[in-house]
Design a protein around this ligand. Structure first.
Ligand code: C2O
Ligand code: CU
Length: 563
């Protein structure tokens, strides 16, 4: 991993820019409210979202959007590029207790704002869509890292544009460490490896295929007819050829598309209308922004940070040789103790950290991280499609990444029995212990919603209000035909239980016992009950489905924490 250093000149430049902001000479900058800009941050970064071309495949470079960052002040190791040729943003490495300042600049040709997924931060630092800045605009973030050590990430969060901005490349990892984690004998350095999983579809010209009229080259879109024929043979063909033929239009039509004939006339036509509603599924798996990603490993223990940064795809991940998936952390912190699973379900935005030890493997052995077929997701319900793997043209199962044991290492690390002290949130301590607030996922008129309401920029209901310092029990109730990945901003939550849907081939891979989560998989027909403390900061925050097309189509709401 190359680390970008910070030159004295960069530091001085950053300082000057900061001074200009304080003087109000930097148009577009929103003041950071009560966050107190006079306090010196421990780490100050500049973060830019801009168009970029990258050589992702042989032939023409791919036009993308990408984050770049540099350290203006503090530890130069706070920003590190991912190895290899990638569009993903740099890895930000921060410690609990550090005060972070980020000067964000939007060099896209559309509004954007950065959200720190999973972080506990003030409402005006959280990247709410209402804070999106126009092209050329800036936003200053200034807050203290309060989370447990964990694998977090950052991505855009503008209203109705999150799906396309993430798809065309805007995302990066944000790793938090703390003293408890630092004291554990975990694999570090080259043995601590991120695996960011995304599905994409490329056209013959090496350009990414998404909805018509989106992306860095939106103005050069080819005519609709050309796109349609492309789709039929590509990833989104799943939406057309396969699924719509299997009775989907009949059922989905009644439930969602009934009164929305206007949608059909939109740019991109019928294919795009379906993708906007159901979610995007690509035909190519990228890991860390690269095709055919491979780890040349030593005979050593590894800490793999698996991140699902896909727009809508759920993965069921396992080792090809049947060794267990040894989970040591979710995205929001270490588990109390390692859990051995036959496979791990990873919904969009979820992360798990897996311990894997190759010390008993001979040099030359290859082990693959594979996606297994699973039912109970949309595919099966829609009439016999082979799970979500169908989009890849492989019957349900496909490889995600390959590890090749390439060299010997004499060093041995033992998996610790105990990892972290995980506080249990108890229902007795909730203000509504026996009466959970029920948030039912609903759909109608080509919009998703919660309890019949789609996203409104600043609105929230009485149900969507909590008092600062209290704990509540919430229930996500999914009676739709699709799985959803429900994410609640701010402090992580714990799952109390689930009833209904999960089903065979999914339940054994759900990691939530004794765990902190910020995103939870809710299968069709399932109700998931969780407990959450509304602490640290008052204000307006989001909860939503992290299948980004669902989020962009209204499956997002505010909740308000009253001081
Ligand atoms: Cu990953 Cu509301 O975000
Ligand atoms: Cu959803």
């Amino acid at each position: 991993m190359g680390v970008r250093g910070v030159s004295r000149r960069a530091f001085v430049r950053g300082f000057a820019a900061g001074a200009a902001v304080l003087g109000g000479h930097w148009p577009g900058v929103r003041a950071a409210g009560r966050s107190g800009q006079s306090v010196t941050p421990d780490v100050a970064l500049r973060l830019t979202a801009a168009p970029r071309r990258a050589q992702l495949r042989p032939g023409a470079p791919t036009r993308l959007w990408s984050y770049r960052a540099s350290v203006l002040h503090g530890d130069p190791a706070a920003v590190a590029d991912l190895a290899g040729n990638t569009y993903l943003g740099p890895v930000l490495r921060l410690r609990r207790g550090q005060r972070l300042r980020v000067d964000f600049e939007n060099r896209l040709d559309e509004p954007s704002i950065v959200h720190w997924h999973g972080l506990i931060d003030p409402a005006d630092m959280d990247g709410h869509p209402r804070d999106a800045v126009p092209p050329g605009g800036h936003y200053r973030y200034d807050f203290t890292i309060r989370n447990h050590a964990g694998t977090y990430w950052y991505h855009p969060h503008p209203d109705m544009r999150t799906g396309q901005q993430v798809y065309f490349g805007l995302a990066g990892l944000l790793l938090v460490s703390d003293t408890e984690e630092a004291a554990l004998p975990l694999p570090r350095g080259e043995y601590d490896v991120p695996i960011v999983i995304q599905d994409r579809s490329f056209g013959a010209d090496n350009q990414l295929r998404y909805l018509a009229g989106t992306g860095p080259d939106a103005e050069q879109e080819e005519p609709e007819a050309a796109r349609e024929s492309d789709h039929a043979g590509g990833g989104m063909g799943m939406m057309g050829g396969g699924m719509m033929g299997s009775g989907m239009m009949g059922r989905m039509g009644a439930e969602m598309m009934g009164r929305s004939s206007g949608m059909m006339g939109q740019s991109g036509g019928m294919q795009d209308a379906m993708t906007r509603m159901m979610g995007f599924f690509g035909d190519t798996i990228l890991v860390n922004g690269q095709h055919g990603w491979r780890l040349d490993a030593a005979t050593h223990a590894y800490r793999l940070r698996l991140v699902n940064a896909s727009n809508a795809r759920i993965y069921k991940l396992a080792w090809s040789d049947g060794r267990p998936m040894t989970v040591i952390a979710t995205g929001a912190g270490l588990l109390a103790a390692p859990q051995h699973k036959p496979y791990v379900m990873l919904a969009p935005a979820q992360r798990v950290e897996v311990w894997v030890d190759f010390s008993a493997d001979p040099v030359g052995r290859e082990v693959r991280l594979v996606n297994q077929a699973f039912s109970g997701s949309m595919g099966m319900r829609m009439g016999g499609m082979p799970g979500l793997g169908g989009a890849l043209g492989i019957e349900g199962a496909f490889p995600v990444a390959t590890v090749r044991v390439a060299r010997k290492s004499a060093e041995r690390l033992a998996l610790p029995d105990h990892l972290a002290t995980v506080e249990r949130l108890r229902p007795e301590g909730a203000v509504n212990a026996g009466r959970p607030k029920v948030f039912r996922i609903t759909a109608g008129g080509m919009r998703w919603g919660v309890n019949g309401r789609s996203f409104e920029m600043t609105a929230h209901t009485a149900e969507e209000t909590a008092r600062l310092g209290t704990t509540e029990v919430w229930e996500f109730d999914n009676r739709t035909m699709m799985a959803h990945a429900m994410h609640v901003h701010q402090s992580p939550f714990q799952v109390l239980g689930r009833t209904g849907g999960a089903g065979e081939g999914v339940a054994d891979g759900i990691v939530e016992r004794g765990a902190w989560l910020d995103t939870v998989l809710v299968m069709p027909g399932e109700r998931v009950r969780l407990i959450k403390r509304f602490d640290h900061y008052p204000g307006l925050f989001l909860y939503h489905c992290h299948m980004l097309e669902h989020e962009d189509a209204g499956l997002m709401r505010n909740y308000f924490v009253q001081a």
